[in-house]
Write a protein of this length. Structure first.
Length: 356
């Protein structure tokens, strides 16, 4: 069997973020008898101030990449749809595809809707010329539809997911325990989550919200909890990773994520589903593509507190429904979103694109 060499351009594992985490897990679990994958780390690297100058680092990367890429059959590039990433990764793509004439797979992770509108108005042809990929991956059907409207062929665009790592834990989950897992920025709905539980606590004295994360709103959130007398009902865990994060998730029964952020497909939701949490969130970006209303939890269009209170109250009062949702989510996540399942799909995809 002809062996395929694949080079993946991505952030260094030391960088916090979804793309770095995605490929750290892929490196850990990718097993193939026909594909060899290597990584070329782009962007800044923690602790290296000289290389953190974007212009210097990009030119240095281009020089190194030009010497490396001839040894590979397929190059995977991982931009977000925002100005900085499109410019930097667009330069990489021109080098790899047009100059070195290698097969490329472009995986768009983040998606900035304001930048999308700028491309729509001014840069559609330029964007299509720069990213003339052999195949592309996106995290939402609406992102695929947008690329098609810019002139890309539908059969060259696939919808993929982000990933999570499953841990076999036997801890007992409790439907009264709710978790919010994300950075503490207003658009993610962190304050909204606390206010929802504030209302519910008047009817359900056993309720507890775990705020798992950190961010610029941390002080404001903690002060709100203190001044509102919610210390009994809201606990701040700090930033959690790995087994500690999954131990917390396994103790909870509901994930509350009232985001208004320009999401791709939030990893926290996959992690929540994988540990059997019922999900209460909003139909943003790629979330509706993986989510069945009532089967995986509830999608709520509005940011009205009462709409969320109503759905969570329903779950707290209907343990049988909650248990069915929990079972559905655990099964679906392991089959579709767990890193070992995704790695098998990527094995097939890389091989197919390299031979196309």
């Amino acid at each position: 069997m002809l062996r395929i060499n694949v080079l993946i351009l991505c952030p260094h594992p030391s960088e916090k973020g979804g793309v770095a985490d995605y490929y750290s897990l892929l490196k850990k679990y990718f097993r193939s008898d026909r594909i060899e994958i290597d990584f070329f780390y782009t962007g800044s690297k923690s602790g290296n101030t000289l290389s953190n100058n974007r212009m210097i680092k990009t030119f240095k990367d281009l020089f190194l990449l030009a010497g490396l890429v001839r040894n590979y059959d397929l190059v995977v590039i991982n931009p977000s749809l925002d100005a900085k990433a499109v410019i930097r990764d667009g330069i990489y793509h021109i080098l790899v595809k047009r100059i070195m004439q290698k097969k490329t797979l472009v995986f768009f992770h983040g998606w900035d809707l304001e930048f999308e509108q700028k491309i729509d108005r001014y840069f559609k042809r330029v964007f299509k010329t720069i990213f003339n990929f052999d195949r592309s991956l996106v995290l939402a059907r609406l992102f695929k539809d947008k690329l098609i409207s810019w002139g890309f062929h539908p059969e060259k665009i696939d919808i993929e997911t982000t990933v999570y790592e499953h841990y076999d834990l036997t801890l007992e989950c409790d439907v009264n325990k709710i978790v919010f897992l994300s950075r503490f920025v207003r658009e993610k709905g962190c304050m909204v989550a606390i206010q929802i539980v504030e209302i519910l606590s008047k009817q359900f004295p056993e309720i507890k919200l775990f705020m798992a994360g950190d961010g610029p709103m941390a002080s404001e959130l903690k002060e709100y909890v203190r001044s509102s007398g919610l210390v009994k009902y809201v606990e701040f865990t700090g930033w959690l990773e790995g087994i500690e994060k999954h131990r917390l998730l396994k103790l909870c029964g509901i994930m509350l994520y009232p985001t208004a952020f320009g999401e791709g497909l939030p990893i926290c939701l996959l992690e929540g589903m994988g540990t059997g949490l019922a999900i209460v969130t909003r139909p943003v970006a790629g979330i509706p593509d993986i989510f069945e209303e009532g089967e995986n939890g509830f999608l709520i269009e509005s940011l009205n507190l009462d709409d969320y209170v109503e759905k969570i109250r329903f779950l707290l009062n209907n343990k049988k429904v909650w248990q069915e949702i929990s079972n559905n989510n655990r099964k679906k996540a392991i089959e579709r979103f767990e890193i070992r399942s995704v790695a098998k799909r990527l094995d097939r995809l890389y091989y197919e694109v390299a031979h196309s």
